[in-house]
Design a binder for this molecule. Structure first.
Ligand code: ATP
Length: 260
C-alpha cells in the first residue's frame, strides 16, 4: 500500500512516480534492474531541473512528425513504461497508428503477460512481442535480449524506445531502423546512437508527444510538412544543447553555493 504523500511535499511528483514503480515491481511488471535504471534517470532529472527543456521540446516536435509520417512504427514497451504511463502509450499508439510491442531486456513470460494485461486494461488493441510471438531475433544479440516480434520491431522502420539499453539500440540502428529514444541521460549510449533523443522523463514526454501529434493532426499537416520537420532536426545539436543546459545550470548553482 503506497504511503500518503502530502500535497505540499516539494518532491511529491517524484515520490508518486516511485510509488508507481514500486507497485509495478510488486506486480511483476518490473525487474529489479528496472528500479536501478529509474534511479539513474532521477539523478539526470535533477540536473535538467525536472522540466521539459527547450531541446527536449524540439526532439518531441521531430519525434511526433516522424511517428506520424512513418507507415511501420512500433512503440516498444518495457516494465517501467508500463508501470509509469500505460494509458498515454496506448493513446499515442492509436493516434499515430503505431504498433505496441513488449520488448524486454530481462524476458520472462509472466512479466510479458503482466505488461500485456496492464496495456489491455489501458485500452490497447493488439499487443505484440508476447511469448512465442517474439519469434524473430535482432542479429548478433544473444537470444533473450534479441527477441522481437516479426510483425513488429523486426519489420518496423521506426522504433520508439524508452529506458533502452545502448547495446540493443546500436543493433536496432544497424538493422536500418530509425530510433526515437526517451532517455534522461544525454550521455547514455542509447541517447548518443538514436536519431532522435528526447532527453526528458518518460512521464512528461508521453503527454507532450500526444499533444504535439494532436496539434499536427488538427493543423492537417501533410506528409511533406512532417518530413520537412524531421529533416530540419539535428540530434547532435540537440544533444549538445541538452548538455550545455546542464552545464549552465550547474555553473549558476555553483556560483550561488546555497540555493534552497
Ligand atoms: P546505455 O546502455 O544506453 O549507455 P544505461 O546503461 O544507463 O545506458 P539502462 O540502465 O539500460 O541504460 O537504461 C536506463 C536509462 O534510462 C538511463 O540512461 C536512465 O537515465 C534512463 N531513465 C531512467 N528513468 C527514466 C525515466 N523515467 N524517463 C526517461 N529516462 C529514464
Amino acid at each position: 500500500m503506497p504511503h500518503e504523500i502530502p500535497e505540499s511535499h516539494p518532491r511529491r511528483i517524484s515520490l508518486l512516480t516511485r510509488d508507481k514503480l514500486i507497485a509495478g515491481f510488486n506486480n511483476k511488471l518490473i525487474a529489479t534492474a528496472g528500479l536501478i535504471a529509474h534511479g539513474r534517470g532521477e539523478a539526470f532529472d535533477y540536473l535538467i531541473g525536472e522540466v521539459t527543456t527547450k531541446p527536449a521540446k524540439r526532439s518531441i516536435d521531430a519525434a511526433a512528425a516522424l511517428l506520424l509520417s512513418t507507415e511501420n512504427a512500433v512503440i516498444s514497451v518495457n516494465g517501467n513504461v508500463a508501470a509509469l504511463t500505460p494509458e498515454d502509450v496506448v493513446v499515442l499508439a492509436r493516434l499515430t497508428a503505431a504498433a505496441l510491442e513488449i520488448n524486454l531486456f530481462y524476458r520472462s513470460l509472466p512479466r510479458e503477460l503482466a505488461i500485456q494485461k496492464v496495456l489491455k486494461a489501458a485500452g490497447a488493441g493488439q499487443v505484440m512481442g508476447v511469448g512465442k510471438a517474439a519469434g524473430a531475433l535482432i542479429p548478433h544479440l544473444e537470444s533473450e535480449r534479441g527477441k522481437v516480434d516479426p510483425r513488429g520491431i523486426k519489420k518496423a522502420d521506426v522504433v520508439l524506445v524508452a529506458l533502452e539499453d545502448g547495446d540493443r539500440t546500436e543493433h536496432l540502428i544497424n538493422m536500418g531502423k530509425k530510433v526515437i529514444a526517451i532517455d534522461l541521460n544525454p550521455f547514455s549510449r542509447t541517447a548518443q546512437y538514436a536519431q532522435i533523443s528526447i532527453v526528458d522523463n518518460v512521464v512528461r514526454v508521453m503527454p507532450a508527444l500526444i499533444e504535439r501529434v494532436r496539434s499536427y493532426l488538427a493543423k492537417k499537416f501533410t506528409q511533406q510538412d512532417l518530413e520537412k520537420i524531421v529533416k530540419a532536426y539535428n540530434n547532435k545539436t540537440i544533444l549538445g544543447n541538452s548538455i550545455s543546459l546542464i552545464n549552465r545550470r550547474l555553473t549558476e548553482l555553483a556560483q550561488k553555493g546555497v540555493f534552497l
